[in-house]
Design a protein around this ligand. Sequence first.
Ligand SMILES: *[C@@H]1O[C@H](CO)[C@@H](O)[C@H](O)[C@H]1NC(C)=O
Ligand SMILES: *[C@@H]1O[C@H](CO)[C@@H](O)[C@H](O)[C@H]1NC(C)=O
Ligand SMILES: *[C@@H]1O[C@H](CO)[C@@H](O)[C@H](O)[C@H]1NC(C)=O
Ligand SMILES: *[C@@H]1O[C@H](CO)[C@@H](O)[C@H](O)[C@H]1NC(C)=O
Length: 498
Amino acid sequence: MALFNQQYATCFLLSLCILSQCLTEGVIGFACNWGTRSTHPLTPQIVVRLMKDNGFNKVKLFEADPGALKALGRSGIQVMVGIPNDMLDSLASNVNAAIAWVTQNVSTYISKNGVDIRYVAVGNEAFLKTYNGRFVNATFPAIQNIQAALIKAGLGRQVKVTTPLNADVYQSDSGLPSGGNFRPDIQDQMINIIKFLRQNGGPLTFNIYPFLSMDADPNFPKEFAFFDGSASPVVDGSITYTNVFDANFDTLVSALEKNGFSSMPIIVGEVGWPTDGSANANIKNAQRFNQGLFDRIVKKQGTPKRTTAPDIYVFGLIDEDAKSIEPGPFERHWGVFNFDGSIKYPLNLGGGKSLVAAKGVKYLPKQWCVMSNQANPTDPSFADSISKACTYADCTSLSPGASCGNLDPKGNASYAFNMYYQTMDQRKDACNFNGLSAITTINPSPPQGSCKFEIMIDLGKHENKSTTSFAASMKGTCSMVMLVLSFMFTMLVSIISA
Ligand SMILES: *[C@@H]1O[C@H](CO)[C@@H](O)[C@H](O)[C@H]1NC(C)=O
Ligand SMILES: *[C@@H]1O[C@H](CO)[C@@H](O)[C@H](O)[C@H]1NC(C)=O
Ligand SMILES: *[C@@H]1O[C@H](CO)[C@@H](O)[C@H](O)[C@H]1NC(C)=O
Ligand SMILES: *[C@@H]1O[C@H](CO)[C@@H](O)[C@H](O)[C@H]1NC(C)=O
């Protein structure tokens, strides 16, 4: 009888341990942005599994991408679906356009595909100063029409409306967070939008970029960009700020307080750090910044003025080699993961977990297009050839200060030729630069440093079938364990009381 008891007790303890593991498992949850501006995107199935394997349970899409949405169906991941700015005018002027948008891009995916859509993000940084007011008048009416369409579709409770804004919609005349207020030119629009969102239970969404603050201003105190920085703190009344994220977020909180919205919920729609394309965009800085960010998310840490942690959507999940580089060459390198879902740098995700790479990715053969040994940089077609390659392929890693910014002219040409060749799926005629190039099976990446001559994803060979992820099977196991546990507990109680 004693032995019997002991066995049950051991079992019970073991189950408790597993149970507590299961419970923490459910608590850790990251959110990310999934951009799809890539010449060679991973299949949506691989991306969804990548998210699940790494504990991302919320995702923001920049538009209603059918492949992404279908893959997110019944995945357990909550979705924010974006509406691009170029649709704002028509959505603003015509409620039927909004109804059609909601029918096609929300209702159908919820009812037919089981997608857990929680938010519609109307526009993307529509009030950005550089747009010169282009979308300022359309944003609020578009928000109103989408809200009306959601209510009409019976989704008013389930799906909330928001609009991701850039942090340049607020400012502080005193330079301190407590001086925060909205930019005067959009003050009225902001108040209207916030009132409306508050009435309908929608949150505010803001993108905060310490990297951009630092990259734009050579005098920016670098250490202040990081969460573990040793910058001299900014003292604002009784609050001491040690990093620009907190200071920026609280500038917004102050702006909201001043206008009577002190309890308005806030989502951080984008925040992150790029790894290439400029001197500050490197692996070391990105790892340092994102590790600090993930630590805060795991600890559920808020800011001095708003101590409850906001939802934070990391930007981004994977690199996008076809994104516009208008903001700078770094724009294609914001991913926590490389374009192929491989790991750039380790991150501690809390609970003893670290990043897991994408699974099932198929690559083109291990061959590269490089400048041939016979060719010479003095060749009259040399510059034109590089320029042609870089018009169609991503050469941002060749930028000054970037990972391949120190190559000699020959290495430079090889890098450009190879990117073109890979982007064109290693087509035979794609390694033909006026006789300057040749194909090699020896990896031309410099042995030292982070410059990497890539091999592209093979778009034809992906495993498209959706595989059950480890996280999903763990969830199943957890329910099982909990069932068995409650059974055993009953047994144990009856044995003890017997
Ligand atoms: C649904 O979203 C997609 C992607 O943004 C867009 O192309 C399409 O026009 C939208 N549908 C409607 C009816 O607006
Ligand atoms: C927005 O509306 C205001 C007021 O009606 C008008 O003065 C302004 O020109 C409009 N802006 C744009 C970009 O259409
Ligand atoms: C390498 O190529 C890039 C892109 O064309 C160019 O901007 C850069 O000046 C080149 N560097 C060298 C060392 O040739
Ligand atoms: C997988 O999907 C991609 C893009 O959706 C398609 O081009 C490819 O043919 C598919 N591969 C297989 C093996 O079905």
